[in-house]
Design a protein around this ligand. Sequence first.
Ligand SMILES: [Zn+2]
Length: 183
Amino acid sequence: MSVVQMHPAVRHDRTTDETTAPIVALCQRVAGADLVSRQRERGEAAAFQAVLAAEAAMIGSFPDTLGAAVPPMSWTGYPPVDDAAHAACAVTPLGSADGDHSWWLHATQRHDQLGEAQHVLTLIAPCTCGTYLHVEIPDEDALIMMLDELDTAPGAPVACDYRLRIRSASYADPAHDDFEPPF
Ligand SMILES: [Zn+2]
């Protein structure tokens, strides 16, 4: 029986002594690792990716509306929250005609049954009851229809029963019970 010794031709940046057992080297590296800053760096990277994805979704899927109205690179990225229960997202303020209020556009991704990442764009608007409404915008036609039928001044609080008055296929958050400004 012959035993073939595996000798890799190139050793990649070995920083530990050749004679150190791998488990000892591993434990030394683990002892020096800063888990908090590793997680923060990953969160920041995810937030940046969310900004790039939001830009791409806006220009790619909403070229005649949001893509034309929202200034480039106006998004702010946010890292995932609660152990990625809430994926990284990006938000841009849409302002209002009177400058007293704001609507926001919220962009994130979710995975469908096949594991494909899908862009999820949500309009966040103040409601007349003092809470905030979340309305998912499936596509550009739905956005055009919703804004066309919404008899609210641009960026002003929306009436609680707005869904009863529009035909839009948008998916609204029925609870809208959060009184905290979202961003
Ligand atoms: Zn309301």
